[in-house]
Ligand binder design. Structure first.
Ligand SMILES: Nc1nc2c(ncn2[C@@H]2O[C@H](COP(=O)(O)OP(=O)(O)OP(=O)(O)O)[C@@H](O)[C@H]2O)c(=O)[nH]1
Ligand SMILES: [Mg+2]
Length: 428
């Protein structure tokens, strides 16, 4: 996410940090470099101009140059500016005080509407809001099927019937009122380009169900095109916000940084992968920190909490203290950490680790190899690694498709980390 931009800004500020006093000319230089970095990231030209102007003004006004740490002050001003650019506060979804809340997802072909309808439904389900998915993409039979498959996967019912989208949606709302569904998420058809028939159809659908949220789903990787699409949609059917998808593959960040400023509509969610859980509220402050390579500890903590329960954490701490951590525990830990997302992404959320994560090339294959090795051990071997003699090691290597050296290395590393943890445990 935002890797190219993050690297560029990181390099600019790194040079700045290594300087003591700054002159007016230094500041001008930095701002010029930031300007170029943003333009290269495909941020809207006017947005960049306004941004630089406001940062310059604040940098002068705040008497940055006289402060003890001028570099820090400038970085903070840039960070605050980025947060504002992305909308400041984290935007939320509006729900009806009673009865079902209709929500429409609209957008161009392939932007991620169907996937995000399911992701939202899962999110609402977890919040206890009883979601209903509605299939209003009636042009491709495969579209309805796709939504049904996703619905089954997340355990959310999908409403579909023959007819035109406005009638289908109206019938779905009746069903929702009768059955007590809370959130009615409507998936619509996409087109390659914005055209009149599509807009007419979406307008008719909106007139019928009066959605509380009309969210435009846009592919962030299309950069300024995403921003143009958002403007065009908003002019025809009033949007209440956007969902920026495929941020996981967006190394530049142009759409993320411009879409709010250009359209005036908040980004409400970020799509960060193909899985149904790969969605996050769009947090401007956290994203700004990530863009500046300052890490994103809050998201890391949330992801950790979503996979580790407090009970598990206590149990683990106890085991470490009693020095009876086994390879089985190790395997379980590894699996849970991997459920939080790719290891490289996790490291980047730790402040200062961004560079390391990029440079060290955190190897997913290595983690897979370790899992395979431990899985080839018997329960006793996992509990008491000291029984692992040469012939057992050979058998494990063969069973896991690895080399004996790999098995040896894993056991050695495990012993070392056990020693290390023992030392920490005494201080806990
Ligand atoms: N990496 C990544 N892929 C995504 C994301 N969101 C969607 N995709 C992928 O993008 C492709 C298109 O997604 P769909 O949800 O079918 O898009 P759509 O807007 O419904 O497409 P149409 O119905 O044809 O208009 C699928 O292969 C998804 O897996 C995301 O946040 N990250
Ligand atoms: Mg679709």
């Amino acid at each position: 996410m935002f890797q190219t931009l993050s690297d560029r800004l990181g390099a600019i500020f790194q040079r700045l940090r290594s300087r003591g006093k700054l002159t007016q000319a230094d500041v001008a230089d930095v701002l010029r470099e930031v300007r170029i970095a943003l333009l290269e990231a495909d941020v809207n030209l006017k947005v960049v101009k306004d941004f630089i102007a406001s940062v310059r003004e604040r940098a002068v006004g705040a008497e940055v140059l006289e402060s003890l740490t001028p570099a820090q002050s400038i970085i903070k001003i840039v960070r605050d500016g980025l947060v504002e650019l992305m909308g400041g506060e984290t935007a939320t979804v509006r729900f009806a005080p009673s009865g079902p809340t209709p929500m429409m997802l609209v957008g161009l072909q392939g932007s991620g509407k169907t996937t995000h309808a399911a992701k939202l439904a899962l999110l609402f389900k977890e919040q206890g809001r009883r979601p209903l998915l509605v299939a209003c993409d009636v042009y491709r039979p495969a579209a309805i099927h796709q939504l049904q498959v996703l619905g089954e996967q997340i355990g959310v019912p999908v409403f579909s019937q023959p007819g035109k989208p406005p009638q289908i949606a109206a019938a779905a709302m009746d069903e929702a009122r009768k059955t007590g569904y809370g959130a009615v998420v409507i998936d619509t058809a996409g087109r390659l380009q914005i055209d009149e028939p599509l807009m007419d159809e979406l307008a008719a659908l909106a007139a019928e169900v009066k959605p509380l949220e009309t969210l435009l789903v846009v592919d962030s990787m299309t950069g300024q095109e995403a921003v143009n699409v958002a403007k065009a949609f908003d002019e025809r059917i009033a949007l209440t916000g956007t969902i920026l998808t495929k941020l996981d593959g967006d190394s530049r960040g142009g759409a993320a940084l411009s879409i709010r400023a250009v359209t005036g509509k908040p980004v409400k969610f970020a799509g960060i992968g193909e899985k149904v859980t790969a969605i996050e509220p769009f947090h401007p402050d956290r994203l700004a920190s990530r863009i500046l390579g300052m890490g994103d500890v809050l998201t890391l903590i949330e992801r950790t909490q979503s996979v580790f329960s407090e009970g598990q954490a206590k149990e683990l701490a106890g085991k470490i203290r009693r020095h009876d951590l086994t390879l089985q525990d190790f395997l379980e830990q590894l699996r849970q950490v991997r459920r939080m997302g790719p290891l490289g992404d996790l490291l980047k959320m730790i402040p200062g680790m961004g560079k390391l994560a990029a440079g060290a090339k955190i190897d997913e294959n290595e983690a897979t190899r370790i899992e395979a090795i431990i899985c080839s051990m018997t329960p006793r071997e996992r509990a008491e690694p000291r029984v692992l003699n040469a012939s057992r090691r050979k058998r494990i290597a063969a069973g896991s498709g690895t080399q004996v050296q790999d098995v040896n290395r894993l056991i050695k590393q495990f012993e070392q980390s056990r020693q290390l943890m023992k030392r920490f445990a005494h201080k806990m």
